[in-house]
Design a protein around this ligand. Structure first.
Ligand code: RIB
Ligand code: CA
Length: 321
């Protein structure tokens, strides 16, 4: 049974890998559309990156541009990690595709209203678009099956000691989404930092087909910042939110009530879980806390192999030879 999804993203090296992981499983995931939001870089650049990734693998999926920045205040980008283009490293060819005319909110609204079955949202970036959608059109919540997001972290942050980037950029939006009543699957740093790829695995990717090589080259760049921040492996944050949809058994999780701090001087942007024996409110989130890293890597490598084969078939001269 195929799961209809909408991916909301800010490519972003790991967003790109998450999109490719989803594209490699058309029999499982029906990508109805992709929306973009200011985050790792400014909206124009990350939208261009999303279009380039899709064009690279000839995936003609509609892309709609969303919010340029958070609900309040100015956009803080992730340029330090993702570079000036938002996806520095390999030079991808210009995209054959253009974004649709509609904005992301109208685009998602139309897809949700038109869909016979509920759609799963897969946000891999600040939650501004999602918050705008469910605030402007609360009735559409009943067409959303669940939200499998990358964001937050119970034990620590990566922008501040308490706040992870996607939540930090727009805490008000994150609070709206976590308090919305829509079931959440949270891939926070507790799990994504364990879904780390190591240099020898990156080097292996670069010996394979064109899509694997692209991912290896993306990760070579993305690893620079990770090493600077003291990490050995390179955390594959966003792919966790897609991998859960494909193989939830790879993960260990806890059902918890999670909300978002928007006021604290030290804690603004923190995802706060109630882990007491008798929590005040019922759980609203499946919080992923651990992953079978080897199996996760196998899922990714197999997916990229499939995309490699399809890419090589597309590139083969007509009529074969
Ligand atoms: O903290 C990791 C998140 O921030 C990922 O979504 C990555 O793409 C960056 O946006
Ligand atoms: Ca992202």
């Amino acid at each position: 049974m195929r799961t209809p999804i909408i991916i909301d993203c800010d490519p972003g090296h790991d967003d790109a890998i998450a999109i490719l992981l989803a594209l490699a499983h058309p029999e499982r995931l029906d990508i109805r559309g992709i929306t973009t939001v200011g985050g790792n870089q400014i909206l124009e650049r990350i939208t261009d990156n999303a279009l380039k990734v899709l064009s690279f693998v000839d995936a003609d999926i509609p892309v709609a541009k969303g919010a340029a920045g958070p609900l309040l205040g100015k956009l803080v980008t992730g340029a330090e990690a993702h570079g000036e283009s938002g996806m520095d490293g390999p030079a991808l060819p210009a995209s054959r595709f253009k974004p649709v005319e509609q904005g992301a909110v109208e685009f998602m609204l139309e897809l949700l209203r038109a869909s016979e079955e509920k759609i799963t949202l897969v946000p891999l970036a600040p939650l501004t678009n999602i918050a705008l959608l469910i605030t402007a059109y609360p009735e559409v919540k009943e067409k959303i099956k669940e939200i499998s997001l990358m964001g937050g972290g119970l034990a620590y942050g990566n922008v501040t000691r308490t706040a992870e980037f996607n939540i930090y950029v727009d805490p008000e939006a994150a609070r709206i989404v976590f308090d919305s009543g829509i079931p959440i699957v949270m891939s926070g740093l507790d799990v994504t930092d364990k879904a780390a790829i190591f240099q020898e695995e990156i080097d292996e990717l670069k010996t394979r087909g064109p899509v694997s090589v692209l991912v290896g080259e993306l990760l070579d760049f993305y690893s620079i910042y990770g090493r600077k921040m003291g990490y050995v492996g390179n955390a594959l944050h966003d792919p966790c939110a897609v991998a859960w949809l494909l193989q939830p058994e790879l993960f260990r999780s806890e059902r918890l009530h999670v909300t978002v701090e928007t006021e604290g001087k030290l804690t603004r942007g923190m995802t706060v879980a109630d882990r007491r024996k008798k929590p005040e409110q019922p759980a609203n989130a499946e919080v992923l806390l651990d992953v079978d890293r080897e199996a996760f890597m196998q899922l990714l490598f197999t997916a990229l192999e499939r995309l490699d084969r399809e890419q090589l078939l597309r590139q083969a001269p007509a009529g074969g030879s």
